[in-house]
Design a protein around this ligand. Structure first.
Ligand SMILES: CC(C)(COP(=O)(O)OP(=O)(O)OC[C@H]1O[C@@H](n2cnc3c(N)ncnc32)[C@H](O)[C@@H]1OP(=O)(O)O)[C@@H](O)C(=O)NCCC(=O)NCCS
Length: 160
């Protein structure tokens, strides 16, 4: 992982770079309008991982979007640029998210993942998420099931 990788909040001018990663990572990518709404939505947080060799050349390598609802967090999006996968970037993003959740007194984090997305399931399990349930046929375009995963924030932040 590059030592100059920095995690910070998303800015509006990150949206183009996010959408390029999004388009290669998800069958139904979020539009620019959705990302603009995420930026304005007070429940939503988006962290970005940037290789920060100076503002002129900053390269956005991954992002993580989650919502804060009462004492729970819901992860909605996480993706890393293809050529930088398996170098710990998603792990860094999750690590930062758990620190934010701990500091805000959030108790648990939840997410849904396609049952065929073994890479993501492995990532989440590494961070202490456990499979809690299944939504049959949740993804309408393929009819695939979603697995529901959850993690206990206190337990995770003591371990990381
Ligand atoms: C899932 C995704 C975000 C992982 O990002 P990443 O930066 O490559 O993940 P990391 O390098 O931080 O990996 C952390 C751990 O996750 C697991 N993992 C990640 N990718 C994996 C893979 N391809 N195969 C097996 N395990 C994997 C491993 O346990 C890994 O730890 P290790 O490298 O020490 O073995 C990335 O593959 C991606 O963008 N996929 C497309 C979008 C997507 O499916 N998002 C999830 C939607 S729910």
């Amino acid at each position: 992982m590059p030592s100059n990788l920095r995690i910070r909040q998303m800015e509006l001018n990150d949206i183009q770079a996010i959408m390029e990663i999004e388009g290669r990572s998800f069958p139904l990518p979020y539009s620019a309008g959705i990302w603009e709404r995420e930026k304005r939505n007070s429940l939503s947080r988006t962290l970005v991982a940037v290789d920060d060799r100076g503002e002129e050349t900053a390269d956005l390598r991954g992002y993580l979007n989650f919502w804060l609802i009462l004492d729970e967090a819901e992860i909605h999006r996480i993706a890393v640029k293809e050529e930088y996968r398996r170098s710990g970037i998603a792990g860094r993003l999750l690590h930062e998210m758990f620190k934010v959740l701990r500091d805000m007194g959030i108790v648990s984090a939840h997410l849904e993942v396609r049952q065929s997305n073994h890479d993501a399931i492995k990532l989440y399990e590494k961070f202490g998420f456990m499979i809690k349930g299944r939504r049959k046929g949740y993804y309408q375009e393929t009819g695939e099931d979603a697995l529901i995963l959850a993690a206990d924030v206190k337990g995770i932040t003591q371990a990381i």
